[in-house]
Design a protein. Structure first.
Length: 270
């Protein structure tokens, strides 16, 4: 039985993706590719492959038309007006209009288990990144149309960090370490409410039972319709629970409870 489990694991192959003009993504790719074999436009590895693309990662909805993989992991810079230093990881999607890649009212298939394993690995090494917040972000930006799970791994927050090879190499090593370990089986939850950088959902991811699927923050709840909710469920196939940042939901509490009552999901108010 153990042999079968290993065989199944080896069948999975992810693609790491970096935009050439993204300094943080490029630096992470530069480090990872050192131990890979270059084959055409793809760096080949044992557990994953890697490419650098000529167009922004947030617009890479075309990837699975050219490359067939089980999942896509985007290596990217993170920017924030606050300037707060952060190492983040998040799923993608647009709850309303598509301002930054992807399609409007379309959500990508998240990558819950990979996100949880990477973020826990990052937290285990947080003393090496003492100046940085380690946090998830709410679901946002593109790409949104890939047919396989995807996730963004980001380094923030200014050009100083994006161009810091020592920092980028350290984060890249944790990505590699994560991918070299067997996949987990954590149950996952969809999340509603909270801020863009949800402390509650981050803590659940790091220390709790659940991995996270799509995270819909409180500022996007006015876009939640039955159609969008159905699409969200479709993209989060296999989801077992819903986590609600209850105090933040305001007038949308009943709307969410009504929608969730049509499912068999466990509901947790946190």
């Amino acid at each position: 039985m153990e042999i079968n489990k290993v065989s199944i694991y080896l069948l999975f192959m992810d693609l790491l993706v970096a935009y050439k003009n993204d300094p943080a993504g490029h630096n992470m790719a530069k480090f990872i590719s050192q131990n890979m074999n270059y084959d055409g436009d793809v760096y080949r590895g044992k557990n994953f492959d890697l490419i650098e693309i000529d167009s922004p990662a947030i617009s890479a909805d075309w990837l699975d038309e050219k490359y067939e993989y089980d999942g896509f992991i985007f290596l990217s810079k993170h920017a924030a007006e606050s300037g707060t230093l952060a190492l983040t990881c998040h799923s993608t999607g647009n709850f309303d209009e598509a301002k930054f890649g992807g399609n409007q009212k379309e959500l990508a298939i998240p990558y819950p288990d990979l996100q949880k394993r990477y973020m826990q690995k990052l937290w285990d090494n947080h003393e090496s990144f003492s100046d940085f917040e380690i946090t998830i972000e709410a679901t946002h930006h593109g790409p949104t149309h890939l047919k396989k799970p995807s996730i963004f791994v980001e380094i923030g927050t200014t050009e100083l960090q994006w161009n810091d090879e020592t920092l980028c190499f350290a984060v890249a090593q944790l990505v590699v370490n994560t991918l070299e370990k067997p996949r987990g089986t954590s149950p996952f939850a969809i999340c509603f409410g909270g801020t863009h950088y949800s402390e509650k959902f981050t803590k659940e991811l790091l220390f709790g039972k659940y991995a996270l699927g799509t995270v819909m923050p409180k500022h996007a709840l006015n876009f939640l319709t039955p159609d969008l909710f159905e699409h969200l469920l479709t993209q989060n196939n296999g989801v077992q629970a819903a986590l609600l940042d209850w105090k933040s939901l305001g007038k949308y509490k009943q709307t969410l409870i009504d929608l969730l009552s049509t499912t068999k999901l466990e509901i947790f108010k946190i």
